[in-house]
Design a protein around this ligand. Structure first.
Ligand SMILES: [Zn+2]
Length: 248
């Protein structure tokens, strides 16, 4: 039997059982396997990895693990600390957009509120999510490690927090998006873009008090939902400010 030794750094330890965090992990094996498959069998999904060093040399995901190898695995947060020849992260996206798994409905609404193109449905199958992420170069946000391990997924991130308000801050921080926030541009229901609309066009859809008091309206170009600055607007604006302040 052969043995290789793995050490995972920083946030990659979130994926390991407590007794394997921040220590050298002996890994016994009998079959030939790539370093990518071996790392994932230990619980760490490939989209979270920035670089891998084997016996001090950087390798890519196709490297075949050998007996006696000393393997260090680094996440994105250590990018500036660990200079590696082979960067395993895909090239940076010009336009950041997302697709979210079914557990992240509230996060999806928050991302839309902040102006990010965000696909979410509560009936997407795992296979469909991986395919959409791959075909449309969307960052897959998920609480499912197995989903991130699918080979189709290039852009992905495991959302650590289970608290929706912390989740949005976590995602903005991870992808450095605090300066890319453009709130109140998208439909919270369907992700469509909002456009100014004249009151007379939609007046029939409005509650009576709104008909009398409000004169400025926006409508979703996809689903037709009408938005106005009602009593809930102030609350949403406070929410946006409290999120954006985390980036200062
Ligand atoms: Zn809509």
């Amino acid at each position: 039997m052969a043995i290789a030794y793995f050490q995972f750094y920083a946030e990659l330890n979130d994926f390991l059982p407590r007794d394997k965090r921040h220590v050298k992990i002996p890994y016994s094996f009998t079959e030939r396997a790539s370093i990518k498959d071996t790392i994932e069998s230990l619980g760490v999904p490939h989209p979270e990895i920035n670089c891998i060093e084997v016996n001090g040399k950087s390798v890519d995901f196709s490297y075949i693990v050998r007996d006696g190898d000393n393997i260090n695995v680094y996440p994105i947060s250590t990018k500036d600390l660990v200079k590696s020849k082979i960067d395993l992260q895909p090239k940076q996206l010009n336009i950041i957009c997302f697709v979210l798994d079914i557990h992240l409905g509230k996060l999806a609404t928050s991302l839309r509120l902040l102006g990010f193109d965000t696909l979410y449905r509560n009936d997407y199958e795992d296979e469909e999510l991986a395919k959409i992420s791959h075909e449309q170069s969307r960052i897959l946000l998920t609480r499912d490690k197995g989903l991130l391990m699918r080979s189709l997924v290039t852009y992905g991130y495991y959302v650590r927090s289970t608290n929706p308000q912390q989740q949005i801050v976590e995602v903005l921080r991870r992808f450095d998006l605090f300066n890319a926030v453009y709130p109140f541009q998208r439909c919270l229901r369907c992700n469509g873009l909002l456009k100014h609309t004249d009151k007379e066009v939609i007046v029939d859809q409005l509650p009576e008090t709104v008909q009398l008091q409000i004169n400025e309206f926006h409508r979703c170009q996809d689903c037709g939902q009408v938005y106005w600055k009602g009593s809930h607007y102030e609350r949403l604006q406070q929410f946006v400010e409290s999120i954006v302040n985390n980036g200062n």
